[in-house]
Design a protein around this ligand. Structure first.
Ligand code: 3HC
Length: 718
């Protein structure tokens, strides 16, 4: 795991633990032994620590967390490095993260190639740097930078890290050769003053001011997360306590966070995000299917979704034809793209160079002929089967045979769309979430005829455009929207029965959702849900009237329609479920007029308002979604609960510190969830989504641990 060799007067400790050289037990033992050996070796006058393969150690081995820890601890290894009688040089390439950066900070010198990145991402796992990072970084960079870096988990490029004082030198050429030369040069220099433990924290007397500014920032930016606040507290202690006391304080806070449910959930989410990349479908998987190259693209439709999708492609450096049906719509699409780009530059999310390059890559057009040679097309027209079929029929005639034809449908079965083409194997769903340029989920959907090659192409595309792609089998609503349907319906039923939109939103926001469902409806537009409901009715061969109480055998609430009839479409009209300060405003306040609409709706239907507890609000929304999640698993729409959880985290901003709805259900206990679902099945009749799912029942009865749910899924499908 750590190879020891001597080159002239320099010992080289080469960490060899692919893929990321994580500092697992064997690596810690190897480093300890290597340093001790180098210290004793009479040929050796300095030591280099370097990573083999693609990176310097990218942190502790997260897979060891939660298991009994084995000596030597990382801090003990670090202490050996820092107190070594010979200077130690960390030679950095790739990602020097977490425990890896801590090892580098224990070393006396740090050199890095310009492409390297350093950082403390522990906070993203619900933790803080637990081997001195919080006590040592501030001694190098000062408190404000240390507080910001550690509480954000940001990866810092080598050049910036040098400005901060973290890196001593940026080097070019062969890293090992340069490191050997550097290590020789420093042999004659005294290096005790390079040990960070002896340094004082700059401007320690201003710690109160820095900490309060940092806390204000993190509480706003990472609402609900425990770790960022604790990170600031730990860094703060570096200025208030002696080095030894600070190290102890850091350890205590690290252990405290490690015990928290948030940390467990965030670590789960880390691995879940990687698990979903290992997709499978009938006839192929990530192992067997090869993606086709995507060098050019087209987006059909320049509306809100189409332009947002175009921004994603353009930002990744892909040329995009934006195709619209007339000049007016085309210009509006171009304007939307320009505005999104300008806004992203202003917010620092996109560099000026990227925005300028994007402008040259965008090719607005009104002609299908222009897109005949592109590698991939994404259709983003109105959610209407007939219109989509018309577009796909044209694409089929125009596009080259190898082109992948994607649809951004949010609900419609892929087979129904691909039936308009002679190449259904090339048709695949790429469902983006609004706003497309911001939300990270890309729900990729395969139909019965979609080829694994087409799927491999869109899974790769997802990564290229910096999304988290999740693969699901086609069905009405797919994964995310199918689960969101009972979640959203229950919100409105709760208001129908007596809760206020504010009460429902509050419960959701207290749980950690960034916005309650009614604020979301106001944002996405009440007119949009009005239209979607009509489309659903059309598919079901019926229509919606003031008297409609059931749709497709399910309970239906017409409150949304009453708001629509009053022209209250949400933020875009300055009023919806809430009142806003202006048209397009963001500040939602309760509105007596909205209350009046709700009251008269209840009166008309003879509903006697009742008091609804926050617990009932929570359970009815989240448990109905969980029940649907198990149905989705049982039907094989996805293969594992991780796919559901990642979809919620990146599609609906579900709080990562709760892991996702399925993981959360496992934490509550499946038997309890199942019992409550049975309860609501009895008390809330007429909603199919409350029929208790069989797979859930089976897993609950057998007390199956979360990690084995996926095995039961495949068994239940057979
Ligand atoms: N421990 C264990 N496994 C890890 C790991 C880690 N620290 N980091 C990555 N891996 C695994 C991944 O799970 C994945 O495994 P898989 O192939 O079986 O799915 C594999 O390594 C490759 O990872 P990625 O797919 O993420 O590879 P990328 O090249 O896209 O990204 C990376 C590389 C930027 C290093 C990214 O993996 C990453 O961010 N890793 C986590 C880094 C981190 O959080 N470090 C801090 C750990 S906590 C710590 O150090 C505590 C200390 O302060 C005491």
């Amino acid at each position: 795991m750590v190879d020891y060799s001597v080159n002239g007067s320099v010992a080289v400790l080469m960490v060899n633990n692919p893929p990321v050289n994580a500092l697992g037990h064997a690596v810690r033992v190897g480093l300890k032994t290597g340093i001790e050996r180098g210290a004793k070796d009479s040929r050796v006058r300095s030591i280099v620590i370097i990573g083999k393969g693609q990176t310097f150690p990218a942190g502790a081995d997260i897979r060891e967390f939660g298991k009994p820890s084995k000596e030597p601890w990382l801090t003990a290894v670090g202490n050996l490095i820092e107190t070594c009688s010979k200077p130690v040089v960390a030679a950095i390439h790739g990602t020097c993260l977490g425990g890896g950066l801590e090892i580098a900070l224990f070393s006396h010198y740090r050199i890095a190639v310009s492409s390297a990145r350093v950082g403390f991402p522990e906070v993203t796992l619900g933790l803080l740097p637990g081997a001195g990072g919080t006590q040592r970084l501030s001694r190098l960079t000062g408190l404000p930078v240390a507080m910001e870096m550690i509480s954000s988990g940001r990866h810092v490029p080598a050049k910036k890290a040098k400005e901060y004082g973290i890196i001593d030198e940026i080097v070019s050429g062969d890293l090992l050769k340069t490191a050997l030369k550097f290590a020789q040069e420093v042999q004659s220099r005294p290096f005790k003053d390079r040990c960070l433990r002896y340094k004082v924290v700059p401007n320690a007397d201003r710690v109160e001011e820095y900490a309060s500014a940092a806390l204000t920032q993190v509480k706003k930016k990472y609402k609900g997360f425990e770790a960022p606040v604790t990170c600031v507290q730990a860094v703060r202690s570096s200025a208030e306590l002696s080095y030894e006391e600070g190290m102890k304080r850091e350890r205590d806070l690290f252990l405290q966070l490690g015990q928290s449910g948030q940390s467990k959930a965030q670590q789960y989410a880390f691995f879940a995000e990687r698990a979903v990349t290992k997709w499978q479908m009938p006839g192929g998987s990530y192992k067997t299917a090869k993606p086709l190259p995507v060098r050019s693209t087209a987006v059909i439709g320049g509306g809100t979704m189409g332009s947002g999708i175009a921004v994603c492609l353009l930002s990744a450096g892909l040329p995009v034809y934006l195709l619209e049906q007339n000049e007016k719509f085309l210009q509006s699409g171009v304007k939307l793209i320009e505005n999104i780009m300008a806004g992203s530059v202003k917010l620092g999310k996109v560099s000026m160079e990227t925005a300028k390059r994007a402008a040259t890559l965008l090719k607005p057009t009104l002609s299908y002929d222009d897109i005949k040679d592109v590698d991939l097309v994404i259709e983003a027209v109105f959610e209407n089967l007939d219109i989509k079929k018309e577009v796909f029929s044209k694409l089929d005639k125009i596009c080259k045979p190898s082109a992948i034809l994607c649809t951004n449908t949010s609900t419609i079965d892929i087979d129904r769309i691909s039936s308009a083409t002679s190449r259904p194997e090339k048709v695949v769903g790429t469902h983006f979430f609004a706003p497309a340029y911001h939300m990270k989920l890309l729900e990729n959907i395969y139909g019965t005829k979609t080829s694994p090659e087409a799927v491999a192409t869109v899974m790769k595309l997802g990564k290229t455009i910096n999304k988290v792609p999740v693969l699901v089998k086609s069905c009405h609503g797919f994964l995310a929207n199918r689960m969101n349907a009972p979640f959203g319906s229950e919100a409105i039923f709760l208001v129908e029965e007596g809760a206020s939109p504010q009460e429902v939103d509050q419960v959701n926001e207290d749980f950690g959702m960034p916005m309650g469902p009614f604020k979301v409806r106001d944002l996405s537009g009440i007119d949009i849900s009005w239209r979607i409901n009509r489309e659903v009715a059309k598919v079901l061969g019926t229509s919606i009237t003031k008297e409609t109480r059931f749709l497709g055998g399910n309970r239906y609430c017409g409150l949304n329609d009453d708001f629509y009839d009053k022209g209250r479409y949400g933020r875009k009209t300055g009023k919806g479920w809430y009142l806003y300060e202006k048209v397009g405003g963001k500040n939602a306040v309760a509105d007596p007029e909205a209350e009046e609409i709700i009251n008269s709706y209840r009166q008309r239907r003879g509903i006697v308002k009742r008091k609804i507890t926050p617990q009932e609000i929570f359970e009815r929304q989240f448990y109905s979604a969980i029940n649907e999640g198990f149905r989705i698993l049982e039907e094989g729409i996805c293969n594992m609960p991780e796919e559901i959880d990642i979809s919620w985290i990146y599609g609906f901003s579900y709080p990562k510190y709760r892991g996702g709805p399925m993981f959360y259900a496992s934490q509550i206990g499946l038997q309890r969830v199942y019992d409550r679902i049975c309860h609501y099945h009895e008390t809330c009749p007429y909603s199919i989504h409350w029929v208790p799912n069989r797979l859930l029942k089976k897993l609950a009865e057998n007390n199956v641990p979360f990690t084995q749910w996926a095995n039961h899924v495949s068994k239940s499908k057979m």
